[in-house]
Design a protein around this ligand. Structure first.
Ligand code: GTP
Ligand code: MG
Length: 201
């Protein structure tokens, strides 16, 4: 899919104030610093569109971006950032929960995982809850430029095996790097296909 336009629409803490026009919506979630905002910039080809930072906790709001005038990409705050303190973490947790509970237009939630790490409890629990709440999701392993191909394959196999302990089937899995743009075509094709299916309905 070609990205012809990508525009920032609105930032919110309240899901009720997010766009209500029924356009398909794809959101990025994951731990702070996993690379959500960078991925949004990489996919759209607009470097400064979503704000990124090497310090975790940069994105604190629900940010809607309208793509090609037809669908939304949503940059969410990251979960689990310890430095934020209990109150700060709780605030972000509440925003994420409210978003997931209230956004009926959410077509697919992309859960981002850092490909360098072992399966982490906080991510596994988050994914578990998506299942319980029947929220459609896919997984994106980020920062693939940071490790060797062999390590990458090992880590992803380990993650898949871990997920298969609780899931009968794996969700769609993508591998990305915002540094060398790998994964871009696959993720955009995936979104394009879903958008096409939705149009036919
Ligand atoms: P929060 O908004 O704090 O939740 O973080 P985030 O998930 O939006 O992460 P962000 O995109 O701000 O990236 C965090 C840091 O990781 C930045 O320093 C990015 O440059 C770096 N980064 C993100 N993606 C990649 C990647 O694919 N490869 C490399 N090498 N670095 C990346
Ligand atoms: Mg961010």
């Amino acid at each position: 899919m070609q990205i012809k336009s990508a525009e920032f629409i609105i930032s919110n803490t309240d899901p009720a104030k997010c766009p209500q026009d029924g356009r398909p919506e794809y959101a990025f979630i994951g731990r702070s610093n996993v690379g959500k905002s960078s991925l949004l910039n990489m996919l759209t080809g607009r470097k400064g569109l979503a704000m990124t930072s090497s310090t975790p906790g940069k994105t604190q709001l629900i940010n809607h971006f309208l793509i090609n005038g037809e669908w939304y990409l949503v940059d969410l705050p990251g979960y689990g950032y310890a430095q934020r303190g209990k109150e700060g973490r709780e605030k972000i947790r509440a925003i994420i929960e409210a978003y997931l509970a209230e956004r009926m237009g959410l077509t697919c939630l992309f859960v981002l995982l850092d490909c360098r790490h072992e399966p982490q409890k906080i991510d596994l629990e988050f994914i578990e809850r998506l299942g319980e709440n029947e929220i459609p999701f896919a997984i994106i392993f980020t920062k693939s430029d940071k490790i060797s191909k062999t390590r990458l394959a090992e880590n992803i196999d380990r993650y898949k095996a871990r997920l298969l302990e609780t899931w009968e089937e794996l969700p769609p899995v993508f591998i990305s790097s915002s540094e060398n743009r790998s994964g871009r075509d696959e993720i955009l094709d995936y979104i394009e296909n879903i958008n096409k299916e939705l149009k036919q309905k």
